[in-house]
Design a protein around this ligand. Structure first.
Ligand SMILES: Nc1nc2c(ncn2[C@@H]2O[C@H](COP(=O)(O)OP(=O)(O)O)[C@@H](O)[C@H]2O)c(=O)[nH]1
Ligand SMILES: [Mg+2]
Ligand SMILES: [Zn+2]
Length: 361
């Protein structure tokens, strides 16, 4: 296998080649982050997988943690001669990223995975589907700019798979829904249609849903640790502790993730609009163009809830996610202002020092 093939299997293309070529730094090699963060990365290069750090300059420059290298990023790596550890010097401009907003108090957003074509939203079909969590994850997937596919695992354990699919259809509008038995490689292979050669997918969903089991089935080997869901509290054990990019021979790459308990939304409106297309469509018939579907007169969305064509809980969920998105957007703005302010202060100091040194004031 030549070097280009090795990168090609990870999704390297003319697009990345172009970006990499535009970086004018001698001695750099391209690579893709397959695991880790900050000073402790694993990067796949044409010459193999190497441990790498992140250049101090990059660590310091990023006011925004979401700008640091994450799994899926294409990077330019400096490779020091001798004992030194390779360093990520530049993160090539992302095509997109799954960004997790912080549901808590801080405004920080965190990129979970970068340069993704397909987001597999993975949920077990066996129990009652958690529609509200699904809606949230679909909104996060859409807002990343990649296409979600809903994977319903444990179809072998479900008494009534058809009913479960029907239930999720009401919240996964315009999304492919694939029921699978993740333990069965033939069943799991339907995912491969969405991860052709050169493409990248990420698995998102609660712990214990079968994400790592799916990867093992696709590889035909027990590569990823998997585990039973704890019986006492029904929670997964987080058998998968780190996000990791796995190459599926003959196909693309899939990023395994630990189950995230809370995926917060970012300030992006688009994701919610795409996750609730029927509400967006009806909104065109509301009397007011900026109708919030709250207490405005002649609201087509509320009428639809009254006649039962839209579930009241679905509208409530829409409102909840929208509020969260707006809070996130406000926080992002506030952070941007604070950053401007900080830069302003630094500039003021620089100017003051300059005048001091020239003896003027
Ligand atoms: N019967 C059955 N068990 C499954 C299926 N998918 C996952 N499991 C089991 O569910 C448990 C959790 O799976 P795991 O892959 O670790 O979930 P993850 O946290 O999403 O990575 C493991 O014991 C798997 O064997 C499935 O489709 N059918
Ligand atoms: Mg796992
Ligand atoms: Zn309305």
């Amino acid at each position: 296998m030549n070097n280009t093939d090795a990168l090609g299997e990870l999704g390297w293309s003319a697009h990345w080649q172009g970006l990499f070529a535009s970086i004018d730094m001698a001695g750099m090699v391209p690579g893709r982050v397959i695991r880790g963060e900050r000073t402790n990365l694993l990067v796949a290069t044409a010459a193999g997988v190497v441990r790498a750090g992140t250049a101090t300059r990059l660590l310091k420059a990023s006011d925004d943690a979401s700008a640091l290298p994450v799994v899926g990023d294409w990077v330019a790596l400096s490779t020091p001669a001798g004992e030194g550890t390779p360093q990520v010097e530049t993160v090539l401009d992302r095509r997109n990223a799954i960004v997790r907003g912080d549901a808590g108090r801080t405004s920080a957003t965190q990129a979970l995975a970068a340069n993704i074509d397909t987001v597999f939203v993975v949920h077990p079909i066996a129990g009652e589907p958690n529609l509200r969590r699904l809606e949230r994850e679909l909104a996060v997937a859409w807002s990343s700019g990649s296409r979600p596919v809903l994977v319903l695992t444990k179809s072998d354990l479900s008494d009534d798979a058809a009913a479960a699919i029907e239930a999720v259809e009401t919240v996964a509008i315009g999304v492919d829904i694939v029921p699978v038995n993740a333990l069965d490689s033939v069943s799991a292979a339907v995912l491969l249609a969405h991860v052709g050669a050169g493409r990248s997918a990420v698995l998102l969903g609660p712990s214990g849903a079968g994400k790592s089991t799916l990867i093992n089935a696709l590889l035909g080997e027990q590569r990823q640790a998997t585990g039973e869901v704890r019986v006492n509290d029904g929670r997964g054990r987080h058998t998968t502790v780190a996000r990791e990019l796995v190459r599926i021979p003959g196909h693309g790459v899939i990023i395994d993730t630990p189950g995230l308990r809370a995926v917060g939304l970012t300030g992006d409106e688009e994701g919610i609009a795409r996750a609730f297309p029927e509400i967006e469509a009806l909104a065109l018939s509301c009397r007011f163009r900026d109708c919030r579907h709250a207490d405005e007169p002649d609201c087509a969305v509320r009428e639809a809830v009254e006649t039962g064509s839209i579930d009241a809980e679905r509208l409530a969920s829409f409102h909840k996610l929208q509020r969260e998105q707006q809070v996130a957007a406000t926080k992002t703005d506030a952070r941007a202002r604070a950053e401007e302010h900080r830069k302003g202060r630094v500039m003021a100091k620089v100017v003051k020092n300059f005048y001091k040194s020239t003896g003027r004031s």
